[in-house]
Design a protein around this ligand. Structure first.
Ligand SMILES: NC(=O)c1ccc[n+]([C@@H]2O[C@H](COP(=O)([O-])OP(=O)(O)OC[C@H]3O[C@@H](n4cnc5c(N)ncnc54)[C@H](OP(=O)(O)O)[C@@H]3O)[C@@H](O)[C@H]2O)c1
Length: 215
């Protein structure tokens, strides 16, 4: 049975998964590096910033779960590029010629464009579709493997609201952002549907796992 999974979703204490003012020189707005800093410090995350080394402890063990068994990713237009990227016909995402997805990757946008094949096995497909329709398309492309919902907050909220997420790894970062895009709005009582565990890491973040309860 394939699963729909979320990994390494970093949120502030007040529930924001990105800051206000996303821009080309500020992918996470005023949050800067504060939300994802824990991940870039790990062996998993350091290469994403073209750094070597990284920690190999609790944070890395969780972060590494992002990859195994994934056959396709679904992300939002807000993760794929800064506001207005749809006006740039040459925009191919933040990640350079060889993006770190290595699978079919479905970008939800109200302004779709033709698919783009990248180095390393990533193909970006652009969809104006409901969460259920996007999951169907990603499942068809995933060759029996799991689907990752890659964010951002708006897309995660949509898939949680539709009851489509089987596993979620959330990382609560001890910062108060005050503004940005929140994950939890409209999801009151979500915890009733999941078995939840929490682990505190020496770095100061708390890893929470949500696994859908079996009937
Ligand atoms: N904290 C983390 O772990 C984490 C993880 C990933 C990303 N991020 C950050 O989160 C931010 C992006 O999050 P976000 O909430 O602003 O945006 P998002 O969830 O990435 O994308 C939302 C946008 O996607 C399009 N969209 C969403 N659902 C759609 C649907 N069903 N059909 C068609 N289009 C749809 C719409 O854009 P249009 O109407 O413009 O097409 C919508 O405004 C970025 O700053 C990114 O760096 C954080």
């Amino acid at each position: 049975m394939t699963q729909t999974r979320i990994h390494n979703l970093s949120i502030s204490l007040d529930g924001f998964a990105t800051g206000e003012g996303q821009a080309l020189d500020a992918p996470m707005g005023h949050a800067g590096m504060r939300l994802a800093g824990w991940m870039f410090a790990t062996r998993f995350g350091a290469p994403i910033l073209e750094r070597s080394g990284g920690t190999a402890g609790v944070d890395d063990a969780f972060a590494q779960q992002n990859e195994p068994g994934i056959g396709a990713e679904i992300m939002g237009a807000g993760k794929f590029g800064p506001p207005g990227w749809q006006d740039d016909p040459d925009w191919k995402g933040w990640w350079g010629a060889n993006p770190p997805f290595h699978t079919p990757t479905f970008v939800l946008t109200h302004r779709p464009r033709p698919s783009i094949g990248m180095e390393g096995g990533t193909t970006f497909h652009f969809l104006d579709a409901t969460a259920v329709e996007a999951l169907d398309a990603a499942s068809a492309a995933a060759e029996g493997r799991d689907i990752r919902i890659g964010g951002g907050a708006t897309v995660v909220r949509q898939f949680l609201a539709a009851g489509l997420v089987d596993h979620m790894h959330l990382v609560q970062v001890p910062i108060v952002l005050g503004r940005g895009v929140r994950v939890w709005d409209g999801l009151e009582g979500l915890e009733a549907d999941y078995d939840i565990e929490a682990v505190s890491a020496p770095s100061g973040v708390t890893h929470l796992t949500f696994d859908r309860k079996t009937a």
